[in-house]
Design a protein around this ligand. Sequence first.
Ligand code: KIV
Length: 271
Amino acid sequence: MSVNKEIKRVTTHTLQDMKGRGEKISMLTAYDYTMATIVDAAGTDVILVGDSASNVMAGHETTLPITLDQMIYHASSVVRAAKRALIVVDLPFGTYQGNSKEALNSAIRIMKESGAHAVKLEGGVEIAESVSRILTAGIPVMGHLGLTPQSIYKFGTYTVRAKEEAEASKLKEDALKLQELGCFGIVIEKIPAALGKEVSESLNIPTIGIGAGQYCDGQVLVIHDMLGLNKGFKPRFLRQYANLYDDMNKAIQNYVNDVKGGSFPNEKEQY
Ligand code: KIV
């Protein structure tokens, strides 16, 4: 195995230390080699091979259709690219909810076949047995609470979760349970900022927020959203750092015009 000694790999321990000294954690999704190369080189601490690949890569309406084989394909491309970031991979819908043995087998396949460093599962106490079994095999687990997109048909909408006391207290209990089981971090999605703060302060492990306010220990965004590749998607929590849809559209239109007009290729662009 060749080891690059100049770049120090981010580990779950690095994230814990970052929380300890109050240094925020940056996390972004990536699903392919080229994008992961850029995300990693820019200094992102954690790359999430999210099941949002189902939406942004495959064009499905929800995250439910993506398969374990497809997640492994995306994850292995990211693993070949990223030299520094910790790589976390979503266990897709239907590969861990059934029973803990199936969950362990799914997690093992991801670790063995992609070379990623950790897995992420959606849910709290109801998936405790699966989380525990995966952890027992030495596989780091990240939790995911709040708006959990694999349960979209139960929720009915993508609106803010845990605004009511009952759901908020269940979320707090779930977060403590996931910590107690040994998760190294928890993504908390689309919940009130005050709850994001309370959960983050109550845990020793880092929270990574998406639409969960400024007090989380880190933040995650879907790369296509923050780069402005998804033209119509503009939720309040999203800060858009580029406008790549328009930039790419313009570049491609210029190319099409050059080809049609006969100015590409010119004499310097041929052999
Ligand atoms: O799949 C995904 O991209 C995610 C993030 C939204 C946290 O789970």
